[in-house]
Design a protein around this ligand. Structure first.
Ligand SMILES: NC(=O)c1ccc[n+]([C@@H]2O[C@H](COP(=O)([O-])OP(=O)(O)OC[C@H]3O[C@@H](n4cnc5c(N)ncnc54)[C@H](O)[C@@H]3O)[C@@H](O)[C@H]2O)c1
Length: 274
């Protein structure tokens, strides 16, 4: 039997789909035949993603949205449902932010910023998506967690906490939605060198110290230290790609995963093992 993922006739919403992992998920779903709505707070990136979806011969729509606002997320899902002619088959939440700060240094402002976007934002997306899907009794949702949410992290302190909490939210949502036949899962990526890394690379490469970089620390040294971190943390010894994460999302959204709900799929080269 041949295994082919075909999303023809389906509509998918990717929140945080303007760049990075979310954008790759959007393009992969479009490549499998889906029409795709992008929700993001960066309009330039969102519009660019839609152009690339359309270049694949699919319909695309960008809706500006900050996930911290419940009203904006509700309006985004409403527009996605209308775009799909009354159906929305899958919602992925890839919107997220990170910062490098250890337990002693983290400020309350930073704590609230990260928790608001990563955790409250996930709640808003789950609520709006499930309200539609549970009424229609179909569909599935995917929430991006992180390897950091499963192992903890010395200086990605609140980021890791927020990502751990999204797993708990996902499990609660999966239990709530299951009686309606709606599935909810998480993907926990490992090390994917997207733009998200720009503001945490120094902290990670210097051994998660989060402190001032050593005098004379060069970009080359930083890359070498990053590579060593990856080799030490990842049994397969390498970073993951956005495409690695997108394949997992396509599988989880497909009927091949029809018996999978409430799960965390780690795509991390073995950095976490159960
Ligand atoms: N890159 C990695 O190594 C890695 C590892 C584990 C988990 N993740 C998770 O994967 C997801 C995607 O990460 P990425 O590396 O592609 O990051 P990224 O920074 O490249 O992309 C994040 C996207 O989310 C959008 N976004 C951020 N805050 C938003 C908000 N308040 N409202 C709406 N949109 C918002 C951004 O505009 C951007 O398009 C995130 O949830 C991240 O935590 C990434």
């Amino acid at each position: 039997m041949q295994m082919t993922i075909d999303f023809s006739g389906k509509t998918v919403l990717v929140v945080g789909g303007g760049r990075g992992i979310g954008k790759e998920i959007a393009l992969t779903f479009a490549g499998c035949g889906a029409d795709v709505v992008i929700g993001d707070y960066n309009a330039d990136n969102g519009n660019q993603a839609v152009q690339e979806i359309e270049a694949k011969g699919r319909r695309g729509l960008f809706v500006p949205c900050n996930v911290v606002s419940r009203d904006e997320v509700d309006a985004l899902v409403q527009k996605a449902v209308e775009f799909g002619g009354g159906t929305l088959d899958c919602v992925v939440n890839a919107a997220g932010v990170t910062s490098s700060s250890d337990t002693i240094q983290i400020s309350e402002d930073e704590f609230h910023r990260i928790i608001n976007i990563n955790l409250l934002g996930t709640l808003h997306v789950l609520q709006a998506g499930l309200r539609h899907m549970m009424e229609k009794k179909y569909g599935n949702m995917i929430v991006l967690s992180s390897v950091a949410g499963r192992t903890g992290s010395r200086t990605l302190t609140v980021y890791a906490a927020s990502k751990a909490a999204t797993i708990s939210l996902m499990q609660a949502a999966a239990k709530t939605a299951a009686p309606c036949g709606v599935r909810v899962n998480s993907i926990a990526p490992g090390y994917v060198r997207t733009d998200m890394w720009n503001n945490i690379l120094d902290g990670v490469s210097t051994g998660f110290s989060g402190g001032k970089l050593p005098d004379g620390y060069t970009a080359e040294q930083r890359e070498a230290d990053y590579d060593q971190q990856v080799r030490e943390a990842v049994p397969l010894g390498r970073s993951q790609t956005c495409q690695d994460i997108a394949w997992a999302a396509a599988f989880l959204a497909s009927d091949y995963a029809k018996e999978i709900t409430g799960q965390v799929m780690a795509v991390d080269g073995g950095a976490t093992m159960c």
